[in-house]
Design a protein around this ligand. Structure first.
Ligand SMILES: Cc1cc2nc3c(=O)[nH]c(=O)nc-3n(C[C@H](O)[C@H](O)[C@H](O)COP(=O)(O)OP(=O)(O)OC[C@H]3O[C@@H](n4cnc5c(N)ncnc54)[C@H](O)[C@@H]3O)c2cc1C
Length: 495
């Protein structure tokens, strides 16, 4: 199921393919907890994610550099974005790569309601943008995907399957990393447990350095289990403090989205196309390589827009599809035609944390994203909800939209809409920041601009956890860029 794009929802709830984490009850979201799956297979979360490829805005990276990270401005990182991709189809060579391992494709399955939504955006002043990963992100269009010929391209498929043929690459599966090994303050290897709890403990020695790439929830966990993190936390769990680094596990950020749904009439949407006998038709189309909703990302239309016209750049991302879930049940499609506009604030300020629950490497960590606890996040999301309503009501969609079902039209005031957002919103699975990059003088940071852990030798973190702040994007493309840049740094330091 991993390789078929339509397997997305099924994979999310898989106990074997994901880490099955949960967030703590959130003060800003009515005390609710969320399932926070992370990919637990080769390719990690890129093997189970929503396939959308979004790089963010140039200024996101200029801000990273300005925060004390030389080499991370947009001009610095653009070549690394380009290097990993082969953009299939059109794309300005100034911004798009043509010879990387990761294929990026445009949508080949078009639906009249998607076209009407893009026209609706234009009608309210949001221009069409044919390449959200080109010169400018702002505008409406179709998401680009990490997919080719109807199949998902995870990082395993794009990069690892080729790399593992080399003599110097060895892949060990069923291996649960429990800690990093040290000689003094120098990382010298890793320890893992083979085959699950109670399995054999195996140690692997590093000839040069240890690279930690376990993702924004597992990398801080492994650091903390290894004695690197806030001293008080480590002491509480009886872990000897190797290095007191308060930023490990702090600065957790994620996108929090609200899904707005309209009932649609006069046309079949994905809801009816992939349920009952109609599904067989779509399976056949997919098998013979014809465009099919089985080979699309869960969101097909993007709109990058401003929650307030006075802003100088977009702060909202809409992820939309001619489809809808039954009220309150993510993953179960409605029986009637529907249109969903998911919206989130691109650069959330609400900060959370993650920390070990115990010294048992098999125990799930505590994860508190603190969604919607920052006033800026609340303000932007409210702007997004109001903008979504404008879109539903704009001329080009009037042919299809017959009713707004969520939120109900009767909800109108800021308080009512905010209550809706707090009760009905959910994660978009874009966790970052828990081993934040920045100068050592900043006590909140964990790695320097070369991704080396402050105060230690021979240890780097190269994954989504190093992002100093949220890029205006879904986080996979940025993670690939970080990996490309990190690999250059490893090679440059080779002695
Ligand atoms: C459901 C979902 C949907 C998403 N949709 C999108 C999308 O549409 N577009 C987008 O851009 N981004 C999306 N993302 C986010 C994106 O996939 C991640 O930002 C990206 O994969 C992060 O990469 P990473 O290398 O930091 O971590 P991961 O991809 O999570 O990789 C970490 C790897 O380390 C392994 N690991 C962790 N702990 C241990 C341990 N103790 N021992 C051994 N191995 C371990 C994991 O099994 C995994 O293979 C989504 C994420 C999820 C979960």
């Amino acid at each position: 199921m991993i390789h078929i794009p339509a397997g997305y929802i099924k994979n999310l709830y898989s106990k074997t393919l994901t880490w099955n984490f949960m967030s703590e009850p959130g003060p800003g979201v009515g005390g609710r907890s969320f399932s926070l799956p992370q990919g637990r297979v080769l390719g990690g979360s890129s093997s189970i994610n929503g396939l959308n490829y979004v790089r963010g805005q140039a200024i996101d990276y200029d801000n990273w550099a300005a925060a004390g990270n030389p080499g991370w401005s947009y001009a610095d990182v653009l070549p690394h974005f380009k290097r990993s991709e082969t953009k299939i189809g059109t794309g300005d060579p100034k911004y798009r790569g043509k010879s990387g391992e990761l294929p990026i494709t445009d949508l080949d399955w078009h639906h009249p309601v998607s076209d009407a939504l893009i026209a609706a955006a234009e009608a309210i002043g949001i221009p069409k943008n044919p390449d959200h990963n080109g010169a400018s992100q702002e505008g409406a269009g179709f998401f680009q995907r990490t997919m080719k010929n109807g199949w998902r391209f995870s990082s395993a498929k794009a990069f690892l399957y080729t790399a593992r043929k080399r003599k110097n690459v060895s892949v060990r599966t069923n291996a649960h990393t429990s800690r990093i090994l040290f000689d003094g303050l120098k990382a010298v290897g890793v320890e893992y447990i083979k085959g699950g709890k109670g399995g054999a403990t195996v140690q692997v020695n590093a000839r040069r350095e240890v690279i930690l790439s376990a993702g924004a929830l597992n990398s801080p966990k492994i650091l903390q289990l290894s004695g690197i993190g806030p001293a008080d936390l480590l002491k509480r769990h009886g872990i000897p403090v190797l290095h007191d680094l308060p930023g490990v596990g702090r600065n957790l950020r994620d996108h929090y989205a609200v899904r707005m749904v309209s009932r649609v009439a006069g046309i079949r949407t994905i809801n009816e196309m992939v349920q009952g006998p109609a599904l067989l038709v779509q399976i056949l189309r997919w098998l013979v390589g014809l465009p099919s909703p089985l080979a699309i990302s869960p969101s097909v239309v993007h709109i990058f827009a401003k929650s307030d016209p006075a802003l100088d750049r977009p702060d909202l991302e809409f992820a939309c599809a001619p489809a809808s879930f039954r009220e309150g049940v993510v993953g179960l499609l409605d029986k009637q035609p529907g249109l969903t506009l998911g919206v989130w604030q691109e650069r959330p300020e609400s900060l959370g944390y993650t920390e070990i629950r115990s010294r048992d490497p098999f125990e799930r960590p505590i994860i508190q994203p603190n969604y919607l606890t920052h006033p800026e996040d609340v303000k932007a999301l409210l702007g997004g909800i109001r903008l979504a309503r404008q879109l539903f009501r704009a001329g080009p969609l009037q042919k299809y939209v017959v009713d707004e079902t969520s939120p109900a039209k009767s909800l109108e005031t800021d308080d009512e809409l905010l209550d809706f957002a707090r009760q009905k919103g959910t994660t978009v699975y874009h966790m970052i920041g828990t081993a934040r990059m920045g100068p050592a003088e900043d006590p909140d940071t964990v790695v320097n601009h070369k991704l080396q852990v402050h105060g230690l030798q021979n240890l780097r973190v190269i994954d989504a956890s190093i992002m100093p702040s949220m890029p205006s994007a879904n986080t996979n493309a940025t993670t690939y860029m970080i990996a490309e840049k990190g690999s250059d740094m490893i090679l440059a330091d080779k002695v």
